[in-house]
Design a protein around this ligand. Sequence first.
Ligand SMILES: Cc1cc2nc3c(=O)[nH]c(=O)nc-3n(C[C@H](O)[C@H](O)[C@H](O)COP(=O)(O)O)c2cc1C
Length: 328
Amino acid sequence: MPDLSVSYLGMELKSPIIAGSSGLTNSIESLREIEKAGAGAVVLKSVFEEEIYLEYAEEMNKLGPMDNNLEFLDYYDYEIRQGNLKRYIQLVYDAKKALTIPVIASINCVSNQEWSFFAKKLEEAGADAIELNMFIRPSDLSQNSRENESIYFDVATRVASNIKIPLSLKISSYFSNLGGMIRDLSFAEISGLVLFNKFYSPDIDVENEKLISADVFSTDSDYTLPLRWIGIMAKRVNCDLAASTGVHDWKTVVRMLLAGASAVQVVSAMYIDGVGVLKELNQGLSDWMKKRNYSSIADFKGKLSIGNDVDPAAYMRVQFMRNFGEHD
Ligand SMILES: Cc1cc2nc3c(=O)[nH]c(=O)nc-3n(C[C@H](O)[C@H](O)[C@H](O)COP(=O)(O)O)c2cc1C
């Protein structure tokens, strides 16, 4: 039986397949099913920066500027346990009690406002690691790319200085110099990068001429963007890379590992096929390894990443060349 265990964010996982953050990782019942289906770890549903900040700002207003002192912080510490965020802290606590696999708490952040202290609360509740789902809107035209990018580093540094557990960043591909950004972030105080997040996208209903939401789930062909960037970056970074978006079958799990991912995150496939899909992914991976005589994931991880004996042009090529367009 091949050994599926991997190291991710300094933690030992029994499988590289992680249940990614979503509504399915928001209840203990569902988390138990996910563990039973063979996940190597879970990323809990995100708590949103706005929720943290709003509660903080409300308390600030209630108390006034004179109370912005250590006593206030003690009071706030008390308040936070009474407020909305209590539920999230409880989720982390309960998940840790119910599961044996690592529990990664997740914070969705969109700015470097005063919320990073909350990461400490999640550590205290028992989280094994924290994943920051970061998206600083590139559509804010008042900010240039450097200003936008510097927020990622500020937030990572600030959160990392508040906690002792490993920190990972889940990012989008919306950077002008994506390779440079992935490399530089990997040298910040983080242990992993998740490539990439998928967002709600707008769509247009042409019958009613109305804006609507596009399908929230990925398809099984959406994996090629993370695959490319994991293949390009895996040997050039100073942290683990986890693949996210479009992992629907075991072949894509294998693809991501061959490209150099340390782990893969799965969400849409669990919604579409049920959480039992995780079992199939593990089985497919194990069968493939057996057939190839691989006894551990280290035997083939990154075999097809740039830096090994692969043609870099295959990852870098972006334009359709003449011979792909000769059908017309
Ligand atoms: C219903 C739903 C809820 C999600 N909620 C979160 C969330 O709270 N935090 C987060 O970081 N990602 C969230 N995501 C994004 C997923 O974690 C994942 O990055 C994305 O769906 C791409 O992976 P997939 O192709 O396996 O679905 C959500 C996705 C879906 C479909």
